[in-house]
Design a protein around this ligand. Sequence first.
Ligand SMILES: *[C@@H]1O[C@H](CO)[C@@H](O)[C@H](O)[C@H]1NC(C)=O
Ligand SMILES: *[C@@H]1O[C@H](CO)[C@@H](O)[C@H](O)[C@H]1NC(C)=O
Ligand SMILES: [Cu+2]
Length: 161
Amino acid sequence: MAMKGFLIAIIVAAVAVPAFATDYVVGDNAGWKLGVNYTAWAEGKDFFVGDRLIFKYGQGAHNVHRVNGTAFQQCMVPSALEALTTGNDVITLATPGRKWYICGVGNHCASGMKLVITVAAAESPATAPAPSVGTSAAVNQKSPVGSCVWVLAALAMFLLI
Ligand SMILES: *[C@@H]1O[C@H](CO)[C@@H](O)[C@H](O)[C@H]1NC(C)=O
Ligand SMILES: *[C@@H]1O[C@H](CO)[C@@H](O)[C@H](O)[C@H]1NC(C)=O
Ligand SMILES: [Cu+2]
């Protein structure tokens, strides 16, 4: 049955293509700056391994330090040499667990320029069983490409039943 084979191929492609990563611009349109509540921003977002954080800010006005929980709490700024400073800093969330970011400029961290998130293990083809349509992967707002693939997979599933 050629049709069935074709549909299965679509499903396999949907599972195999690592198109589920999400890019998060930290602070959305506000970006990375003073006066934004990044706790509120992170609330309700599900971060997965493979997703990316993008810190946008005027170069020189701020920076981004990856720190541990203690440094986060106490706003201990590590060496400036370790800072990300491009103004368009992209961080790929490579491992699960809690991740802490602070701005190392002036007293910005103490003023609230700090972000803590919890990253969950990837819903990747390597680790996840064949995802069924309607799981959190589909609900979680993903890239347009990912969504498109999911729609195709859903359609294929529907036609096969
Ligand atoms: C930031 O938002 C969180 C969660 O909505 C809230 O609990 C906290 O009080 C806010 N912090 C400030 C400084 O407004
Ligand atoms: C956390 O980071 C601070 C500053 O970089 C460092 O001094 C401290 O040893 C670290 N703590 C742990 C538990 O790794
Ligand atoms: Cu800053």
